[in-house]
Design a protein around this ligand. Structure first.
Ligand code: NAD
Ligand code: 89V
Length: 338
């Protein structure tokens, strides 16, 4: 399969490395408006460089594109890819508004191709081990969950836009852990949220606490912070605490999965450090390759990815609801997004 990358920035390098580990797939072309970024990435990964996505799509015979730009360009690029008749992966946050997101999903639906959002946290192997245990009924029927990401790690040096965008932690990081909550406990009936900005040097909120009532009957607390100075620093680990009617499950710091039912089972679910990866990002980096492999499997089988565009509308709706709830202190009833 032949693919092309659009956007050769900070995170796209992980995506390019990820593709090199997937058999039968080659990224033949890359595109970025920044000449240094596109030429460096093209040289590093032996791909043809383009300045414009439209030019690349016209010149290359592609099966799919991997969109790794920031959110403002996602809608025009997804629509361009849909017109070109290729399968699409698009980074999170998928869209700035629900209207854009619905239009992007409809555009790819109309082309008959597959659309997956690069929503990779639920694909992290440690998180996946917990999801598999919960879905497999190991702790019975869950009734409470906490999905937590708290850190003081400097994310702004690698991703400066995180300090200047009007929205920060819910749109960038909360989106992932809301998605993990959906993967664990299913659709959401109501949501309420509070937000704070602790770091005076940034524009958006860096702390958010969300309370979700799931249609399955689970109540979950989804909390995230980039203002938490503690040791050990757990970036970029998502920690879990889940109570079921037959036991409890915790994903503790250090990738330690603890399941207590009749007895206690403790598993080390630390992700491997892939040859091109580096700590502490190796957890996220491994999930990039896993989600890409899932996309390829789905393209080959002609089935929808778990984190499809359609599925991601529900995660995006939670992000929008969280900002609305935090602004007016309301508890939001979630409607089916489509
Ligand atoms: P970045 O700013 O470093 O890179 C984006 C690149 O896209 C830039 O080089 C820019 O020149 C290029 N670009 C923008 N519009 C373009 C266009 N129309 N055509 C061609 N090139 C264009 O951003 P980043 O930090 O790499 O983030 C990219 C996306 O990845 C964001 O949406 C971010 O939220 C997401 N991200 C995801 C994860 C994850 O774990 N899933 C982690 C980090 C970042
Ligand atoms: O995963 C992400 O989306 C990143 C970070 C871990 C820094 O929040 O932007």
């Amino acid at each position: 399969m032949k693919g092309a990358l659009i956007g050769c920035g900070f995170f796209a390098q992980n995506q390019m490395h990820g593709w090199t580990g997937i058999e039968g797939v080659k990224i033949v072309a890359v595109c970025d408006r920044d000449p240094a970024r596109r030429d460096e990435t093209a040289a590093r990964f032996d791909a043809r460089p383009y300045a414009e996505a439209a030019e690349m799509l016209a010149a290359e015979d592609l099966d799919f594109v991997d969109i790794a730009t920031t959110v403002a360009s996602h809608r025009p690029l997804v629509e361009l890819a849909a017109r070109a008749g290729v399968h699409v992966i698009c980074q999170k946050p998928f869209a700035e508004t629900m209207e854009d997101a619905r239009a992007m999903v409809a555009a790819v639906d109309a082309s008959g191709k597959t659309l997956m959002v690069h929503e990779n946290f639920r694909w992290q192997s440690a998180v996946r081990a917990a999801i598999d245990a919960v879905r497999g009924g190991v702790i019975g029927t869950p009734f409470f969950g906490r999905v937590s990401f708290r850190s003081g790690y400097d994310v702004f040096s690698g991703q400066p836009y995180l300090a200047t965008d009007p929205r920060f932690i819910i749109q960038d990081l909360g989106i992932h852990i809301l998605d993990v909550a959906r993967a664990l406990f299913g659709d959401v009936a109501t949501l309420s949220a509070t937000t704070r900005r602790i770091n005076p040097a940034i524009r958006g909120e860096d702390v958010a606490t969300m309370l979700l009532e799931h249609t399955s009957g689970v109540t979950s607390v989804v909390d995230c912070s980039y203002a938490t100075r503690r040791q050990p620093e757990t970036f970029p680990e998502t920690l879990l605490e889940i109570d079921g009617d037959r036991g409890t499950l915790r994903l503790d710091a250090g990738y330690r999965l603890v399941i207590q039912t009749e007895g206690e089972q403790v598993r080390d679910v630390a992700p491997p450090v892939l040859p091109w990866a580096e700590r502490p990002w190796h957890n996220i980096q491994e999930s990039v390759q896993i989600i890409q492999a899932h996309f390829v499997d789905c393209m080959r089988a002609g089935v929808q990815p778990e984190t499809s565009g359609h599925d991601n509308l529900k995660t995006l709706a939670l992000v929008e609801a969280a900002y609305r709830s935090a602004a007016d202190r309301s508890r939001i009833g979630m409607q089916a997004p489509e």
